[in-house]
Design a protein around this ligand. Structure first.
Ligand SMILES: Cc1cc2nc3c(=O)[nH]c(=O)nc-3n(C[C@H](O)[C@H](O)[C@H](O)COP(=O)(O)OP(=O)(O)OC[C@H]3O[C@@H](n4cnc5c(N)ncnc54)[C@H](O)[C@@H]3O)c2cc1C
Length: 477
């Protein structure tokens, strides 16, 4: 990018500090010759998005990507502003007024709903809520999950569904060595759930989960995985025209191994069911079961199989139902949003005016809110790269909004006057150090603070700035 060498200092706001925002920030800082200053805003006091709040606690290696993010956060030109909710504490127009460019990387935090009667009953939850709870997301720190019933049902056939299943099935001695939220650890230790039934509406060859995650289920101590061999028959397996790619072929091999196992009489069982879908959650006041519709798979020779209801219904008793059927993005007020796809309206990361279809000067997007909720952490690196290269291209060509923005300090002063307790990088470092110190004597990577007031108090203590309503939460400290 030699064309950037003559450019004066440019200031970019990145909204969201998950993988997409963190990779974009690093790429902006590394732009040769452009001396770009990057201000990362996040609505939480803690950075790194779903790496902290989504990735399962028993997968610490995956979380180690944060080491790279932490290193980049020390680079000159990087500024973190946690606990700032864009669209609530500060508007899109204000950001545009204080930065040469704004890049949205706000993820896809909402869950898809089943849309069946009984979904609102107590005991019916989204996987999003459950995942947030066991990972210590402050939004759901006070959530309660009733784990007193013998059977739980998980709806969905993706890797998030399998994460949730593992958390319900794992021995808590194992979880006790992780950074799982303490309240979740206590509740799971007292869980009476013995059987977890996983529902997929299509066939095993249509499942989105990947083989290592499927294999992991079979390695859980004192737990067996049950698969009906009938689901692996040619007319039940699904997929496209009987030819499978390597992931599906590997999945089918693992499922065949599970189907061949004899009942082992373990403490817990995971039952993988296919060609079934919830038509109703039963119960009065709280969930007592799921009424299932049964599908058959039909489709043209060589084409994709299509699930078609057979009209047959059955009921599976359960006291807990977790739906894990996908995520959708949430609109940020003032930023063009395509409600049909749940994404910010964009072309390759340039946000576009929905009326004219032309790019909005200086507004960009990356990650799940740009392309939808799919892909692993690394996918966001490439995605952010595409966006940042277009941003730099526009910068070089003089296509940013062209106004000379007000200093960022003025915006931060205004946030202070509004009572927003902005968490700086030093504030986050204080939280991080405190959590790690709590974890060390317990041989845990960290003990998470999960309540907003405790996080803000700890950040303030670390930077010498008194927190509003100082005192924190007795539960966390
Ligand atoms: C439960 C779960 C488990 C996963 N496990 C794995 C795994 O094991 N391995 C793997 O590779 N991938 C995993 N993934 C996928 C991976 O987490 C995503 O690919 C990645 O996090 C998407 O990055 P993102 O930056 O687009 O969104 P996010 O990580 O969601 O980050 C978005 C950030 O924006 C912030 N934000 C949102 N709205 C605002 C606002 N208005 N103002 C300010 N800030 C805002 C949020 O607080 C958040 O920090 C998992 C995903 C989920 C849901």
């Amino acid at each position: 990018m030699s064309g950037t060498s003559a450019l004066p200092g440019v200031r970019v706001a990145v909204v969201g500090s998950g993988p997409a925002g963190a990779f974009a920030a690093a790429q902006l800082l590394a732009t040769p010759g452009a001396a770009i200053e990057v201000h990362v805003f996040d609505r939480l006091p803690t950075p790194w998005g779903l790496v902290r709040a989504g990735v399962a606690p028993d997968h610490p290696k995956i979380k180690s990507v944060t080491r790279v993010f932490e290193r980049n956060a020390l680079l000159p030109g990087f500024h973190l502003h946690g606990n700032v909710h864009v669209g609530r504490d500060v508007s899109h127009d204000e950001l545009v007024g204080h930065f040469h460019a704004v890049l949205y990387a706000t993820g896809a935090p909402d869950d898809r709903r089943l849309g069946v009667p009984g979904e609102e009953l107590a005991g019916s939850h989204s996987a999003t809520e459950f995942v947030g709870w066991y990972n210590g997301h402050p939004d759901v720190a006070g959530a309660h999950f009733d784990l007193s019933a013998r059977r739980a049902v998980v709806v969905g056939n993706g890797n998030v569904a399998l994460d949730v299943v593992r958390m319900l099935a794992l021995d808590t001695d194992e979880l006790a060595r992780t950074d799982i939220a303490d309240a979740a650890l206590d509740a799971l230790a007292a869980s009476r759930v013995e059987e977890i039934v996983v529902l997929g509406r299509r066939g095993p060859a249509d499942a989105a989960f990947t083989t290592p995650e499927l294999r992991e289920l079979g390695r859980i101590a004192d737990c067996e995985v049950v698969v009906d061999p009938a689901d692996l028959a040619a007319d039940a397996v699904g997929g496209t025209g009987g030819s499978f790619g390597p992931r599906v072929a590997d999945n089918l091999e693992v499922l065949a191994e599970y189907a061949a196992r004899r009942p082992a009489g373990t403490r817990r069982r995971i039952v993988l069911r296919f060609r079934v879908f919830p038509v109703e959650l039963t119960g009065t006041g709280r969930v007592t079961g799921v009424r299932l519709g049964h599908n058959e798979l039909v489709g043209p020779a060589g084409g994709p199989s299509v699930p078609v209801p057979t009209g047959r219904l059955s009921v599976v008793d359960a006291g807990l139902v977790l739906r894990s059927i996908g995520y959708v993005g949430r609109a940020v007020p003032g930023v063009p949003f395509d409600a049909a796809t749940g994404r910010i309206d964009n072309v390759r990361g340039r946000v576009r005016d929905p009326v004219s279809g032309t790019p909005l000067p200086g507004v960009y997007t990356a990650g799940w809110i740009k392309r939808g909720p799919s892909g692993v952490i690394g996918t966001n690196k490439k995605c952010a790269q595409e966006t940042v290269s277009l941003l730099v291209e526009d910068l070089v060509a003089g296509r940013l909004h062209g106004r000379s923005p007000d200093p960022a300090e003025r915006l931060l002063d205004r946030l202070g006057r509004r009572g927003v307790e902005v968490v700086s990088r030093e504030g986050w470092s204080a939280i991080d150090a405190h959590e790690r110190a709590l974890g060390e004597p317990l041989s845990r990577p960290r003990v998470k603070l999960v309540h907003l007031d405790a996080l803000l108090s700890r950040a303030a203590a670390g930077t010498g700035v008194p927190a509003v309503g100082e005192g924190g939460s007795a539960t966390d400290d």
